[in-house]
Design a protein around this ligand. Structure first.
Ligand code: GTP
Ligand code: MG
Length: 337
């Protein structure tokens, strides 16, 4: 065998003569002559469609880090199937402060400053980051002009939810909140044209926040119009829920610009009462232009407490009773229930 041929004893490389007396150009033992491939049996034919296709198949398992952007209604439904989730409906005209409340909640919990609550988990951290980013973008020590920007949805028919799990310090109770960040136009359309198809998710809501701009309410000329709109919105909700509304909260932002006069709060309640609706007024300041008087995040803890407190009276599992001689307490307890 030579370097030019792999047939034992052949010296074609040196002598130019093939030991098998074949043409060196076509002899299959000559190095460099590729032996013709065996014809595939008709059953083994390689389908032309697989040529150029990926060599490996994509793993079917979940990626190890699921997306943490806003959750769609289906993701919330599957979360609700595994644990108790408090869905909150967040309504309010454009620029009223809806996103600001959510951004402020996130900034408070991420700094362990939400009084009475501790952070446990969130499936939408990136979404929270996105809405809170504007508030961090300070220019040479000066706060940005706008802490949050107008909300726009990638799909204008489906709400995007933010999720957060909190633990109440007082008793260790865990609450999962699903909070939608909706554009104000959804509320404007609901009041103006009764467009309610996008609010299907509200049927699962345990609480509804109606967010109102406190500065507009403080303005005597604009006040009446806002109060009337709140009444109209309550009317729409009442129709949607057939009178059985979930817990309603009037979240009045811009507390840093001044306190809401008691008379305005009373007028708001009176307007709702015309539609047989009741609500709790919660003044908040997600951000503050007057830090020395009102701290940013003012009232957000009260808002969460009001949202998660059950309207049901606390149930005493086994009320204490003084034993009475020869009384059949166990049977008596059952009869009394
Ligand atoms: N100083 C101060 N600024 C606030 C307060 N609440 C909201 N803002 C600011 O008001 C502006 C509008 O607030 P957003 O939360 O974006 O309003 P929105 O209701 O989400 O508006 P849309 O997304 O357009 O429907 C933002 O620049 C907020 O930073 C507050 O209590 N105090
Ligand atoms: Mg918004």
């Amino acid at each position: 065998m030579s370097a030019a041929c792999n047939f034992d004893g052949c010296t074609v490389g040196e002598t130019g003569t093939c030991a098998l007396e074949r043409d060196p150009a076509t002899c299959e033992h000559r190095v460099g002559n590729i032996a013709p491939e065996a014809e595939p049996a008709s059953g083994d034919a390689v389908p032309t469609s697989t040529i150029g296709a990926p060599v490996l198949e994509r793993p079917t398992g979940m990626s190890s880090f699921p997306s943490s952007r806003t959750l769609d209604p289906e993701a919330i439904s599957s979360l609700m199937a595994s644990r108790y989730v408090t869905v909150v409906g967040i309504l309010g005209d454009p620029e009223s402060g809806k996103t600001a409340c959510l951004a402020s909640l996130y900034l408070l919990i991420s700094n362990a400053e939400l009084k009475g609550w501790k952070f446990a988990d969130s499936r939408s951290l990136m979404a929270f980051e996105d809405i809170a980013r504007g508030a961090r973008d300070w220019n040479a020590g000066n706060p940005p002009e706008q802490m949050t920007v107008h909300t726009e949805l990638s799909d204008d028919r489906r709400p995007g939810f933010l999720h957060v799990r909190l633990v109440r310090s007082e008793d260790g109770r865990i609450v999962d909140l699903a909070l939608p960040d909706l554009p104000g136009e959804w509320t404007t359309d609901l009041v103006g044209t009764a467009r309610a198809d996008r609010f299907e998710f509200l049927k699962a809501a345990e609480a509804i926040w109606i967010v109102l701009d406190g500065r507009a309410l403080a303005n005597k000329e604009r006040r009446q119009a806002i109060i009337a709109r709140v009444g109209q919105l309550a009317g729409r909700l009442s129709t949607m829920f057939d009178g059985a509304l979930p817990k309603l909260m009037l979240v009045v932002t811009h507390r840093d610009a001044g306190e809401l006069p008691e008379s305005v709060s009373t007028r708001l309640q009176a307007e709702l009462a015309k539609r047989e609706v009741a609500a709790t007024v919660v003044p908040v300041a997600p951000f503050s232009d007057h830090d020395d008087q009102v701290k940013p995040g003012f009232g957000i803890d009260d808002l969460i407490a009001a949202t998660t407190t059950s309207a049901m009276p606390p149930f005493e599992f086994w009320p204490p009773s003084d034993p009475v001689g020869s009384a059949r307490s166990y049977i008596g307890y059952r009869r009394g229930r």
